[in-house]
Design a binder for this molecule. Structure first.
Ligand code: SF4
Ligand code: SF4
Length: 405
């Protein structure tokens, strides 16, 4: 795979400031994300914070309310809860559980019952940890896109909690190794972590960052120099990012669902790029009101980063546990889609050597796509990023790929 280094503008930084947004007026939960969810409450009901409000059709994977308050609306798409700002929970006692005392089966059951999701992968943690043998656990703290540093930041500020979980996992799953992957040039972070590690099976791995190491298979290839034909789980490899590890920690330590998440605001349009801890279900609009925003035209708002991020509408976007970063980007050229000019930039950029322009051509002519091997696309979004004609190549490839996978 090609190693694409993202050029970053050094003037765009992120302060270590964390804004707390603890009192959203409403919280909203989609009933159509990652499956169809069936509500277990109705309009007018009172719900407690951390109360189960819906379950996934098929396997009963739950959603919990992140506030206490009145259910304002329930339809087939969403649940809206008006916050009463009382943070009322049914169970007041906070018990701290010993992480070492769990069995593998108990861990999978708790992570399932508390609806802990994986912010890196479509497989939830209860599935990944519950499979066959667990040989290697990789904790990925690398950048997922340009100007996104959230995972490294969390590794810095939550070391004690993470280490407690890592050491417990080592004992319970008997992992052959646990690798914590950090970007190069983080000497202080590295030293702090190394000075606390007591078991030689826990290793810090420094990586030169290139795009896209957020792709699990590419990360494994870069670290272990092997390419697996089949899935990672089958090969005993589990990968979590730091956000997911912290959600697992909260569930096992306190037996509580995840009701808050940390996100990063980045790009060249917030006055101060920063991190924010928010309740899950908060509207992006309400979160953004806490920030100084350079209002301007021609600003792209993306969930994720400028390369692989998805353009979103600020008015109806709800923050869920998978939302890790939002980029506001002032575009310097007019975003107008033109015809393909056959410049070849998309083919040159594609890390897995696909030919996006030819694929687009075949799609528009409804030709058979089998020779283009679009299933190898790693969803990096680089073809879109480099295209001078602003063609949404990736969206089309993704749609075709979903038909065959
Ligand atoms: S998103 Fe585009 S550049 Fe990235 S792997 Fe797929 S086709 Fe290639
Ligand atoms: S980068 Fe855009 S304009 Fe250039 S060949 Fe690819 S699709 Fe066509």
């Amino acid at each position: 795979m090609k190693k694409i280094k993202l050029e970053e503008n050094e003037n765009i930084e992120c302060s270590n400031k964390v804004i707390l947004l603890d009192n959203p007026t409403y919280v909203i939960f989609s009933l159509k994300a990652d499956g169809i969810y069936l509500p277990s409450i109705k309009k007018g009901d009172y719900v407690y914070q951390e109360e189960k409000i819906a379950i996934r059709k098929g396997n009963h994977f739950p959603i919990f309310s992140s506030v206490s308050g009145i259910v304002e609306m329930v339809d087939s798409n969403k649940i809206v809860i008006r916050n009463d700002f009382k943070n009322r929970v049914r169970e007041h006692n906070i018990i701290e559980y010993s992480l070492n005392s769990y069995t593998k089966l108990e861990i999978s059951n708790i992570l399932f019952q508390l609806g802990i999701i994986n912010s890196l992968d479509k497989n939830e943690p209860y599935e990944m940890l519950g499979k066959v043998v667990n040989k290697t656990l990789i904790i990925n703290a690398l950048q997922q896109d340009a100007y996104i540093y959230l995972q490294t930041f969390l590794l810095k500020i939550e070391r004690k909690e993470l280490l407690e979980l890592i050491e417990a996992f080592l004992e319970i799953y008997n992992f052959e190794e646990i690798l914590i992957v950090v970007p190069k040039n983080q000497e202080l972070l590295l030293e702090e972590w190394k000075s606390c590690i007591r078991d030689s099976k826990i290793k810090m791995v420094e990586m030169e960052e290139y795009y896209s190491l957020s792709n699990a298979k590419e990360l494994i290839r870069a670290i272990k120099k092997v390419t697996y034909a089949n899935g990672l789980i089958e090969n005993g490899i589990t990968i979590f990012n730091v956000s997911t590890m912290l959600a697992i920690y909260g569930a096992l330590k306190y037996r509580r669902p995840q009701i808050k998440t940390m996100i990063q605001f980045t790009g060249n349009m917030w006055k101060n790029n920063c991190y924010m801890e928010v309740r899950i279900g908060t509207s992006l609009q309400e979160a953004i009101e806490q920030l100084s925003y350079k209002r301007a035209t021609d600003v792209l708002l993306l969930k994720g980063g400028i390369v692989s991020g998805k353009v979103i509408n600020i008015n109806n976007y709800i923050i869920d546990a998978k939302a890790l970063a939002f980029t506001a980007w002032k575009v310097t050229k007019e975003i107008k889609q033109d015809s393909c000019i056959r410049c070849g930039k998309c083919s040159k950029a594609c890390p897995v050597n696909l030919h996006p322009a030819l694929i687009m051509d075949a799609i528009s002519k409804k030709r058979n796509l089998s020779r283009f091997e679009i299933q190898r696309c790693i969803d990096c979004g680089l073809c879109n990023y480099v295209c001078p004609s602003n063609i949404d190549i990736y969206k089309n490839i993704k749609r075709e790929k979903e038909k065959i996978i």
